[in-house]
Design a protein around this ligand. Structure first.
Ligand SMILES: CC(C)(COP(=O)(O)OP(=O)(O)OC[C@H]1O[C@@H](n2cnc3c(N)ncnc32)[C@H](O)[C@@H]1OP(=O)(O)O)[C@@H](O)C(=O)NCCC(=O)NCCS
Length: 165
């Protein structure tokens, strides 16, 4: 059996809810991502918003949400069909082991498969969030140079990832 952890992503299933609700980031990271309970409550009222689980050997270790229209997260329209990525995180117990990088690769592959019409993925990331900025850049996200000022924790960079045609 391989030592490489089996990381996959999936739309949230009811059986995973209690494990997802127990996931936490470090105190100093809480400004960058809302609690899963708040995310799920918000998603329930947002058509086009999908709750996603990050699974390690089929056990939840992280969470994110996908918006079918990125306009709401960037505060502006996009010329091409653009998905929005929000609230991406790895539970603090599992950080620093390369799992965020693997999860992001699985996420982008999943989007390319399930949203073939989409041409790009947009996200905003707090200018102070050095770890996440490094992770996204390494995965191929490009900084647009635009700053989004709509977040509660200060200015955010707007990053874009071009999905394969
Ligand atoms: C950002 C986050 C998802 C990274 O997850 P992770 O599993 O720890 O990341 P990985 O171990 O896969 O690291 C991948 C790369 O991310 C970057 N990175 C991760 N942690 C870092 C840190 N503390 N400082 C600087 N860069 C870091 C590095 O480029 C790293 O590659 P390297 O180890 O080869 O240098 C995680 O820190 C997290 O959940 N943070 C809180 C929530 C958050 O800020 N989400 C982003 C919202 S936009």
């Amino acid at each position: 059996m391989s030592d490489t952890p089996d990381i996959r992503v999936s739309p949230v299933q009811p059986a995973w809810l209690s494990a997802l609700l127990a996931l936490r980031v470090a105190d100093e990271q809480r400004a960058f991502v809302g609690a899963v309970a708040d995310q799920l409550a918000d998603i329930a009222h947002c058509p086009g918003s999908e709750a996603m689980a990050i699974l390690r050997h089929d056990v939840p270790i992280g969470f994110y949400r996908i918006e079918t229209r990125a306009d709401s997260i960037a505060g502006r329209a996009f010329a091409q069909p653009t998905l929005g990525l929000r609230a991406f995180f790895i539970d603090q117990r599992w950080q620093g082991q390369g799992l965020g990088q693997q999860a992001l690769a699985a996420l982008l592959s999943d989007l390319a498969t399930r949203h073939p019409v989409a041409r790009q993925v947009a996200l905003t990331v707090n200018v102070r969030n050095v770890a996440a900025i490094a992770l996204y850049r390494r995965a191929g996200f490009v900084d647009t140079g635009e700053l989004y000022h709509g977040g509660p924790a200060g200015p955010q960079h707007l990053l874009l990832y071009a999905l394969p045609a």
